[in-house]
Each structure stands twice: as structure tokens, then as C-alpha cells.
Design a protein around this ligand. Structure first.
Ligand code: HEC
Length: 104
């Protein structure tokens, strides 16, 4: 058991340390995607640039599971376009991980 948990933790460490592995969400990649696809409306650092877009800097709308946010971002909502076919699920999960770092 001890041996197994040691293997498990080194696999986990590898996922965090090796760039490009997709086991864990990648906040750095998420930041890049955010500045390409989201910043125009949600603003730098999540300080919203539109009156009706949530402020991620205040944690707005982020009190929901990643899978629900993923579904909303893929579908689009009101004036937010659908990102289905534009971003892969893993990329959207990376952005969500980044959004969760913005609350101040
Ligand atoms: C054209 C402007 C625009 C762009 C681009 C945009 N959004 Fe939005 N987003 C909005 C608006 C407006 C809302 C609020 C929709 C509503 O009225 O509920 C929103 C809502 C959200 C929400 C909250 C969903 C909920 O449950 O209410 C999340 C999360 C989100 N956006 C993430 C993103 C991410 C990630 C990107 C980039 C991949 C992005 N948005 C790009 C305008 C935009």
C-alpha cells in the first residue's frame, strides 16, 4: 500500500512538473487562452470590461463546479459566444483554473 501511494504521488508530481501533460489543468496555458479569447469582455485580471459580464476578480459566478462552467462556456450565454469547436475541453478547463486564481 505504501509502495502504491508512493507511485501515485510521483505520477501526480510528474503531471504537475512536465509541461504539456493534460492530467492537471494548466493555469499558465489558461492565462494565455484568456488573453486571446476572454479578456476583451472579462477584462485584464478579471476586472470586467463590459457592464453585464461577471467580474472574476470578485469571484462572480465561479461558485459552481468546473464541469458546469465548462458546459456554459461551450454553449455560450447571452452575448457571450459559444466556444464549442474553438477551444478544446482541456483548454477551457485550463482557463477555468486561471479564472479561479483571479479573485482578490
Ligand atoms: C463577447 C464578450 C465575451 C467573451 C469574448 C467572453 N465572455 Fe464570458 N461572459 C460574457 C457575458 C456578457 C457573460 C454574462 C452572461 C449572462 O448574462 O449571464 C459571460 C459569462 C461568463 C461566465 C459565467 C457563466 C455563468 O454561469 O453565468 C463565465 C464562466 C465566462 N463568461 C467565461 C468566459 C471565458 C472563459 C471566456 C473566454 C474563453 C469568455 N467568457 C469570453 C461575455 C463574454
Amino acid at each position: 500500500m505504501k509502495f502504491l501511494s508512493r507511485i501515485a504521488s510521483s505520477v501526480l508530481a510528474a503531471a504537475v512538473l512536465v509541461p504539456g501533460t493534460s492530467l492537471a489543468a494548466n493555469v499558465i496555458a489558461g492565462q494565455r487562452i484568456y488573453s486571446q479569447h476572454c479578456i476583451g469582455c472579462h477584462g485584464p485580471g478579471g476586472h470586467s470590461a463590459l457592464p453585464n459580464a461577471p467580474h472574476f476578480s470578485r469571484g462572480e459566478r465561479l461558485m459552481q463546479p468546473d464541469m458546469m462552467l465548462l458546459a456554459t462556456i461551450k454553449a455560450g450565454k447571452m452575448t457571450m459566444p459559444s466556444f464549442n469547436g474553438i477551444l478544446r475541453d482541456q483548454e477551457i478547463l485550463d482557463v477555468i483554473a486561471y479564472l479561479r486564481t483571479l479573485q482578490r
